[in-house]
Design a protein around this ligand. Structure first.
Ligand code: AHM
Ligand code: MG
Length: 342
């Protein structure tokens, strides 16, 4: 007679994996059931909820109104706001209202941080995020992402200026991204390795798909917008000419940092968005694009630099400051530096 309460070994393996949800995984990272571990588990759960809501909206693009196209507004960066930018920005705000978790949110789409005063006495965290990264891909049904960074609020921020956010990326206590691709994935770190989750739409949960990711120390992929070739400074052009002369290198550039970064995290290589003539700091924003990805790459054994300084050491002058970004495998980043520092 079989014991109906026991699973056979194959079932144990499948169910063990299928039941490691994001919130459970965050709790397991701490080893103790402290207030902090419960708060961060709930916080990550809310980020996952925002990601699932955005993924669902995207899946009906072209069928329902206001998924594709632009709103007609221009954001603080001087860029046309897409309907999805506005929608995703609001979804993150809604996900944290009445959560008691987050006091302030700051994003690419908002000039100043958004405060949730009722949360502030208890929720001492700040969430920085890019609600939709790779916006130019939305209308053509290509991969896009959301990027997030978590910081502990320092001081009481009485002025409402959030000056404590103008500190280096070393102040992050966690970071990650959601990739809306052929499947929806959430990749995060809270300082104890990088872990990847895949959304199983049939149960509506992010389920652990890869734990403790390590980027290869070297890779053949380089990811850069070569349309800017003549806008770069000469050392960057020299580096790319050097890649052209070597066999085995492969260029991949999707127009979405999250998607290009994800490929490099898994397969090795380097992503570059250098400064250009007239925009010496490049395009990418430090606090909610470059710094969170730098946090992840260091956790995964890679590196991120501006070319002269580690990304995690850069102190932003303002909320929306930009930095050049060179990020990826240790050896690839070292080669880029050898050209830039000649
Ligand atoms: P966005 O957040 O407004 O979409 O801008 C960031 C994006 C990155 O995802 C991508 O790597 C880069 O901008 C592409 O810029 P470009 O078209 O100049 O290559
Ligand atoms: Mg972006």
């Amino acid at each position: 007679m079989t014991d109906s309460t026991r699973l056979n070994p194959a079932e144990e393996i499948v169910l063990g994996r299928d039941f490691m949800t994001l919130s459970q995984h965050v709790l397991s990272q701490f080893g103790t059931f402290s207030t902090e571990s419960y708060d961060l588990s709930a916080l990550m759960g809310r980020i996952g909820l925002a990601g699932k809501t955005i993924a669902r909206h995207l899946s009906r693009a072209g069928l329902v109104e206001n998924v594709l196209g632009v709103t007609g507004e221009v954001n603080v960066q001087g860029e046309a706001v897409k309907n999805m930018d506005r929608y995703a920005n609001r979804i993150f705000l809604r996900a944290f209202e009445q959560s008691g978790l987050i006091c302030r949110l700051a994003s690419e789409e908002m000039e100043k941080p958004y405060y949730i005063p009722e949360n502030c006495p208890i929720g001492r965290y700040t969430l920085l995020y890019d609600p939709i990264d790779g916006s130019s891909n939305i209308d053509v049904n290509l991969a896009i992402g959301s990027i997030f960074s978590i910081r502990q609020q320092e001081g009481n921020d009485e002025s409402g200026e959030a000056l404590d956010l103008l500190q280096s990326g070393r102040k992050q206590i966690g970071a990650g991204y959601i990739l809306y691709g052929t499947s929806t994935m959430l990749v995060y770190s809270l300082g104890n390795g990088v872990h990847a989750f895949t959304l199983d739409p049939s149960i509506g949960e992010f389920i652990l798909s890869q734990e403790n990711l390590h980027i290869p120390t070297k890779g053949s992929i380089y990811s850069i917008n070569e349309g800017n070739f003549w806008q770069w400074e000469e050392p960057m052009r020299e580096y790319v000419r050097h890649l052209h002369c070597q066999s085995g290198n492969t260029a991949r550039y999707s127009g979405a940092l999250v998607a290009d970064f994800h490929r490099i995290l898994f397969q090795g290589g380097v992503f570059l968005y250098p400064g250009t003539v007239g925009h010496l700091d490049g395009k990418l924003r430090l606090l909610y694009e470059s710094a969170p990805l730098a946090y992840l790459i260091e956790q995964a054994g890679g590196r991120a630099t501006t070319g002269t300084q580690e990304i995690l050491d850069v102190v932003p002058k303002e909320l929306h400051s930009r930095t050049p970004l060179i990020i990826g495998s240790l050896e690839n980043v070292k080669v880029v530096e050898s050209f830039l520092q000649k």
